[in-house]
Ligand binder design. Structure first.
Ligand SMILES: Nc1ncnc2c1ncn2[C@@H]1O[C@H](COP(=O)(O)OP(=O)(O)O)[C@@H](O)[C@H]1O
Ligand SMILES: [Mg+2]
Length: 414
């Protein structure tokens, strides 16, 4: 790690081009985030995260300190697992050193947050060049300085005028995400492409997406370009038409939880209650439709980080378009829902009692939600039968998904 990075003590946090606070590393590797006074005093301040919202719309300003980690809001801006190890290696930082990882990747993060080393302040000034850290043995790796959340290998990409996809030098600046195939599970990009297409067919808001040969993506680092098969390209909803940043946060951030807790501590009813309070009734109906769709397709991975709020006006939460719809049940026998849904994690269908329990916990009226759930199960079966895109699935995977969709529709009964 470069000397100037190693001695770094403070990071400036910017939102929509203005500084909102400072993330500081104190003695004993205690780390804390504090808002700037000017931000706190601004009645029209942009929203950083609902997790900082106190009673009556005030901001919670008493900072917590975290040992050897950045606070949860910031930890959730960084990737997890293999993707974190990959990007850390390419940025020359140890993966567990979140503060330095943020310093290195902070110029291109999810949403509209920009993090810069304080000495290099100025909203957009380049972070210092970091030499490979002492544990990295490959100095020939291209340096990458962008962050996306999640586990699966992925890159930010630009769509060229010709329609081709290019990973920009350094990895930063694209308006599309290219999700590479998994080495563990076959045809995940095809699966996700078909599930997003199916979701669109029943009226769920999903970003534009398409399949692309890994070999046809320009500028991939050599180790990623070697993967066989197809990748999924998805239009980023946290980047506008001119590439401008649109703020977003996922539900691990909303609840102030670390990424490791994404399968714990909260239920779908807790998410629904926040959506109802912050984004309104239509958004809540959309959430329930997506949840019912997840059961229909056998998607057991809709954890807290696979639901997000988007802030198109910088202040007001809306439900983001849907993402990461994968039928996981064909790969994982006995698969269950990622979070509790009316005290059930079953993917066999949805019951009226289950919806009643869910609605009670979220303080919502149950019967309209039950109608949405039942209608979604039926519409998913019908749309599946007519879906042209399903032909790009391998036959065994297609048959397994079909069995799930039909069984879940059968199991969704009053
Ligand atoms: N279309 C999109 N626009 C903006 N951000 C997205 C989009 N799709 C996913 N993301 C963000 O990227 C993260 C990782 O993407 P995801 O599809 O969930 O990949 P993974 O399969 O690795 O979990 C998500 O948690 C979300 O923050
Ligand atoms: Mg995900």
């Amino acid at each position: 790690m470069a000397a100037e990075l190693r001695t770094l003590r403070a990071l400036a946090v910017h939102l929509q081009g203005r500084r909102v606070g400072v993330l500081t590393r104190l003695a004993g590797d205690h780390q804390l985030f504090a808002f700037d006074e000017a931000y706190l005093e601004d009645p029209d301040r942009p929203t950083l995260s609902l997790s900082f919202k106190g009673p009556g719309g005030s901001l919670v300003t008493r900072p917590h300190t975290y040992v050897a980690r950045v606070p949860p809001f910031f930890a959730n801006l960084l990737p997890e697992g293999p993707l974190r190890r990959y990007l850390a290696k390419h940025a020359g930082v140890r993966p567990e050193r979140e503060f330095f990882l943020l310093a290195a990747l902070g110029g291109d993060l999810p949403g509209a947050v920009v993090v810069t080393p304080l000495d290099y302040d100025g909203g957009g000034a380049a972070p210092p060049e970091a030499a490979p850290d002492s544990t990295s043995d490959d100095a020939s790796l291209p340096v990458l300085r962008f962050s996306l959340a999640g586990v699966q290998l992925k890159f930010s990409a630009i769509v060229e005028a010709t329609g081709g996809l290019t990973i920009p030098a350094g990895g930063a600046g694209g308006s599309w995400i290219v999700k590479l195939p998994s080495v563990h599970f076959p045809a995940i990009p095809e699966n996700e492409f078909v599930m997003l297409s199916l979701a669109r067919a029943i009226g769920i808001d999903v970003p534009a997406c398409r399949l692309v040969g890994v070999r046809d993506v320009e500028g991939l680092p050599a180790d990623a370009a070697r993967l066989p098969g197809k990748a999924l390209a998805v239009r980023r909803f946290d980047r506008g038409a001119e590439g401008e940043r649109i703020h977003m946060e996922d539900f691990a951030q909303v609840f102030g939880l670390f990424p490791d807790d994404k399968y714990e501590r909260r239920s779908y009813a807790n998410i629904a209650a926040v959506i109802r309070a912050e984004a309104g009734e239509e958004a809540t109906d959309s959430f329930v439709r997506r949840l019912a769709f997840s059961v229909a397709i056998g998607n057991g991975d809709m954890h807290l980080k696979n639901w997000s709020l988007l802030y198109p006006d910088g202040r007001t939460a809306t439900l983001s378009p849907a993402y990461d719809f994968v039928s996981t049940i064909p790969y994982i026998p006995g698969e269950r829902l990622a979070l509790s849904f009316g005290e059930s994690r079953s993917l066999d269908g949805i019951t009226k009692d289950q919806v009643r329990r869910f609605a009670d916990t979220a303080h919502l009226p149950a019967s309209p939600l039950w109608e949405i759930a039942a209608e979604t199960a039926q519409r998913t079966v019908e749309a599946w039968r007519q879906l042209a895109e399903r032909d790009c699935l391998p036959p065994d995977l297609r048959a397994a998904i079909e069995r799930q969709i039909e069984a879940a529709a059968h199991g969704t009964r009053g």
